[in-house]
Design a protein around this ligand. Structure first.
Ligand code: A3P
Length: 325
C-alpha cells in the first residue's frame, strides 16, 4: 500500500515537470537511461532520486534549523559517513543497553540515515522524526539545495573523494546494477563520460568546488571532509565530526574507548559483513555499497594517459583551491 501511494505521488510529480524536462540537454546515463542537465549539473530522471523530485523539494521541502545534512557525490563515501553520523549522534541510546541491538549491526546505513528525496511523499513517521537533530543525506549540488536548507542555518557535512577513485567505484557499481539489456559498460566508456563531467550530480569538480567555496563562506555551518583524510586519520576526524555534530566526546568517553568503538562499528569490515545479504530496495542488494573501501584503487584501472588527462582537468578546475586527495 505504501508503495502504491509512493508511485501515485511520484507520477503526479513527473507529470508536473514533464514539459520542462523536454527543454533540458540530455546524455546517456550510467545506470539509468538518461541524465538531464539542469543549472550546470547532470541529474537522474524518473525515480525517487530524480530531477523531478529535486525540483519538487525545491518548492516544498522544509528544513528545521536543528537538522544536519550529509552531502556527497555518489561513490564518495556516503554509506560510511551515514554510519558514522548516525552512530555518533545516537551513541548514548545504544551504549550499555544490552536489550537494544545497535541498528548498524542489523541494517544498511542507508536505512538509518535516509536521503531527503523520499520526504516528498512520506506520510508515516520514521526514526528521523522521533529524534533531534534530524539527520538527512543528499547528493544535490550546493546551488540547487532547497532554499529552506540554506535559510534555516542548519549544518552540512560535505565529504568528497579523489575523482579517480570515484570513477572506478561508479564504474563497478554501474556494472553491478544496470539493466542487463544495456550490456556491460567498458572502463573506456566510463572514463570518457566521467572526464566530460557526465555522472549523476556531476561534473565531479563543480560539485566539490561548490561546497568548497560554501565552506569558505560559512566555515561554522559546513564541515568539509575528504575520504582520503578520513581513511588516513579516522580517529581524529571522527572526534572532529562529533564536535561539529554537537556531540563531542567527553574525556571519560575517550578514556573508555568510545571513539574506537564507533570507528569499529562503522568500519568497512564490519559494515560489509552485516550487509552481506538482503536488498536495500527492489533491485539494489546491500552488498553493492561495499566493494574495496580503499584509497587509490584507481591505479589498477586507469592507464597512464587516462590518469594524466584527469590530472590536467582537476588541476585546472581546482586552481587556487587548497584541495588534495
Ligand atoms: P569502492 O568502490 O572504492 O570500494 P558511497 O557510499 O558514496 O556509495 O561510496 C561507496 C564507496 O565507499 C565504495 O568504494 C565502498 O566500498 C566504500 N565504503 C563503503 N563503506 C565504507 C567504510 N565503512 N569505510 C570505507 N569505505 C567504505
Amino acid at each position: 500500500e505504501e508503495n502504491e501511494y509512493e508511485k501515485a505521488h511520484l507520477a503526479i510529480i513527473f507529470d508536473r515537470y514533464k514539459d520542462r524536462l523536454t527543454t533540458f540537454p540530455k546524455e546517456k546515463g550510467w545506470i539509468s537511461e538518461t541524465l538531464y542537465m539542469y543549472h550546470g549539473f547532470w541529474h537522474l530522471s524518473g525515480g525517487v532520486y530524480s530531477i523531478e523530485t529535486m525540483m519538487a523539494l525545491q518548492e516544498s521541502f522544509k528544513a528545521h534549523p536543528t537538522d544536519i545534512y550529509l552531502v556527497t557525490l555518489p561513490k564518495s563515501g556516503t554509506t560510511w559517513m551515514k554510519a558514522l553520523m548516525f552512530a555518533l549522534v545516537n551513541r548514548t541510546r545504544y551504549k550499555n543497553n544490552c536489550r537494544l541491538t545497535h541498528p548498524l549491526l542489523i541494517f544498511n546505513p542507508h536505512k538509518c540515515l535516509p536521503f531527503i528525496e523520499p520526504e516528498i511523499y512520506r506520510k508515516t513517521p520514521t526514526y528521523v522524526d522521533a529524534h533531534q537533530p534530524r539527520l538527512f543525506a543528499t547528493h544535490i549540488p550546493y546551488t540547487l539545495l532547497p532554499q529552506s536548507i540554506l535559510d534555516s542555518g542548519c549544518r552540512l557535512v560535505y565529504m568528497c573523494r579523489n575523482p579517480k577513485d570515484v570513477l572506478v567505484s561508479l564504474f563497478h557499481f554501474t556494472n553491478k546494477l544496470r539493466d542487463k539489456s544495456r550490456g556491460i559498460m567498458t572502463f573506456e566508456e566510463a572514463f570518457e563520460m566521467f572526464s566530460n563531467g557526465v555522472m549523476p550530480y556531476g561534473p565531479h569538480w563543480d560539485h566539490v568546488k561548490g561546497y568548497y567555496n560554501a565552506n569558505l563562506e560559512h566555515p561554522t555551518r559546513i564541515l568539509f571532509l575528504t575520504y582520503e583524510n578520513m581513511e588516513k586519520d579516522t580517529m581524529n576526524n571522527v572526534k572532529r565530526l562529533a564536535e561539529f555534530l554537537g556531540c563531542p566526546f567527553t574525556k571519560k568517553e575517550e578514556a573508555e574507548g568510545a571513539v574506537e568503538e564507533i570507528v569499529k562499528i562503522c568500519s568497512f569490515k564490519n559494515l560489509k559483513e552485516v550487509n552481506k545479504h538482503g536488498n536495500l530496495r527492489d533491485d539494489v542488494p546491500n552488498h553493492t555499497f561495499f566493494r574495496k573501501g580503499k584509497v587509490g584503487d584507481w591505479s589498477n584501472h586507469l592507464t597512464t594517459e587516462m590518469s594524466y588527462i584527469l590530472d590536467q582537468i582537476v588541476k585546472e578546475k581546482f586552481e587556487g583551491l587548497d584541495i588534495s586527495f
